[in-house]
Write a protein that binds this ligand. Structure first.
Ligand SMILES: Nc1nc2c(ncn2[C@@H]2O[C@H](COP(=O)(O)OP(=O)(O)OP(=O)(O)O)[C@@H](O)[C@H]2O)c(=O)[nH]1
Ligand SMILES: [Mg+2]
Length: 467
């Protein structure tokens, strides 16, 4: 077996906080889900990790690096808390880049609490959500997109989510952004050369046209990235499907039928659903975010009116709209509110098929019965096919999937539009260089040159504790 070496466990102090690391704390947290399990994993990371380990293992002087080692851990009174597996990582060769270790105790919440209490006694601080990954990012172990990918991996519960998260965590977006950033910096270098060597008499300086062409090509790549957002979002957060229609058509019944549980209230009173209800589920293994909305009709009732306005907003923002009509209603449905909505995202569902199984569906219609279940499988197959079609457009390409990515790409494009407009207007080269610099900063923010602590707080607060 390869000898990975060992560390000397420091004995001069049994209390980590007496050591001289003023700013960086040593953090500890349970990394596995809370509750009973066969084993649990506790993580510790920070400059005092070796001191803390020494406190847990009073009988040892040395400890192997990166090797699972069986050890008895002791409390303050030298009583054994548990026999555990410990793995020590010597920074920077660790997840966080710091000295760190993992303890794998028996998975009892009581033992975990006892161990955490001992770790705090030894000077550790409870880790905040995402703090381990945040440290990994700050120590240059990964860029921000990879950190987001790791979070999405933890959150993934469908094949598409898992693949998208793996692509993000593997750095595919980071590599693409870095290449684009390098291209813009290349264009800036030409612009600098133009500033330094202007036309002099008969001697021509550096031409501007090739630089403009270069920037146009970069802009096209950014357009492609911006377009990937819809599919990226569907892959990583699921397809947003809104149930829209007049009251009493069975929207809430359809929501319950797809979810296979009674989530939304169903009655024969028109206007039952007022506030919209959101619930995620897997449909044939694809993640779908269903939104049941208030039936759209003219109403003067205050609460219902707010619900109807919300329905119309959701109608615009959803990826797919299930427009629900029903066979117990005579005459044509009012579809005026569908005007202006992309027809490709509307699926026409005719509910209450059980009332007349002889009904001949028009092309593109999906007849269903929430009561008998007829037609539900074809509707579900259509939804999962839509997810697959959308996700297939990503393939193995770089894609964006969060509003944060989208905002930065749009801002970068805005700067490039400023460059093109400046060029048309014959602006000074310095102005053009400024726009390119601003596009570079926007792209840098995607992968991690973020100087605002609050932005990092926002990104990492979505993580769980122990990650
Ligand atoms: N026969 C039959 N009745 C149904 C079916 N689906 C729903 N219904 C009935 O239609 C009525 C309205 O159902 P809901 O699901 O509350 O309708 P909704 O569209 O959510 O109505 P609002 O919330 O008021 O907009 C209830 O009495 C349901 O039992 C169906 O497939 N067949
Ligand atoms: Mg309803």
């Amino acid at each position: 077996m390869r000898n990975l070496g060992s560390i000397n466990l420091p004995r001069q102090s049994n209390h980590a906080s007496e050591n001289s690391h003023e700013h960086v704390t040593t953090i500890a947290a349970l990394a596995t889900a809370p509750g009973k399990g066969a084993v649990a994993v506790i993580r510790v990371s920070g400059p005092d990790a070796a001191h803390v380990l020494a406190g847990l293992l009073p009988t040892r002087d040395k400890f192997p690096i990166r090797r699972a080692t069986l050890a008895k851990v002791y409390d303050y009174h030298q009583e054994v808390i548990d026999e555990v597996l410990v793995i020590y990582f010597h920074g920077p060769a660790s997840f966080t880049g710091e000295d760190s270790f993992e303890i794998h105790p028996h998975g009892s919440p009581f033992i975990v609490q006892k161990l955490l209490a001992r770790l705090y006694e030894l000077g550790c601080t409870p880790a905040k959500p995402g703090e381990f990954t945040r440290r990994a990012f700050l120590n240059g172990k990964m860029d921000l997109t990879a950190a987001e990918g790791i979070q999405q991996l933890v959150d993934s519960n469908s094949e598409h989510q898992w693949k998208a998260a793996r692509q993000l965590a593997s750095g595919i977006l980071k590599d693409h952004i870095e290449a684009l950033r390098a291209d813009i910096i290349g264009a800036m270098a030409y612009l600098e050369a133009r500033i330094d060597f202007p036309d002099e008499g008969d001697v021509k300086g550096v031409e501007l046209d090739p630089i403009v062409d270069k920037v146009k090509a970069i802009d096209s790549s950014l357009v492609a990235l911006e377009k990937s957002y819809d599919s990226g979002k569907i892959a990583s957060s699921g397809l947003t499907v809104a149930l829209i229609g007049a009251p009493n058509r069975g929207k809430s019944s359809l929501m319950n039928a797809i979810l296979k549980k009674n989530r939304a209230i169903v009655t024969d009173i028109a206007g039952t659903t007022r506030d919209y209800i959101e619930e995620s589920c897997l449909v044939n293994g694809r993640l779908i975010r269903l939104i049941d909305t208030a039936g759209i009709r003219k109403t003067e009732e205050t609460v219902e009116k707010i619900g109807v306005t919300a329905s119309q907003e959701i109608l615009k923002s959803a990826d797919v709209v299930l427009f629900v009509s029903a066979l117990d209603v005579e005459g044509a449905e009012d579809t005026t509110y569908l005007e202006g909505i992309d027809d490709a995202k509307i699926i026409r569902v005719v509910n209450k098929y059980d009332l007349n199984f002889h009904y001949e569906p028009k092309p593109g219609e999906f007849p269903v019965s929430c009561i008998s279940g007829a037609g539900l499988e074809s509707l579900k197959a259509e939804l999962s096919a839509r997810v697959d079609r959308s996700v297939a457009t990503i393939g193995n390409q770089a894609f964006i999937s969060t509003p944060r990515h989208l905002h930065a790409i749009r801002q970068a494009r805005k700067a490039l539009q400023g460059f093109f407009a400046g060029n048309e207007d014959g602006a000074f080269d310095e102005m053009l260089a400024f726009e390119l610099q601003s596009a570079v900063s926007q792209l840098s923010s995607v992968i991690g040159s973020v100087d605002h602590e609050d932005l990092l707080d926002k990104i990492f607060s979505d993580f769980c504790v122990g990650k």
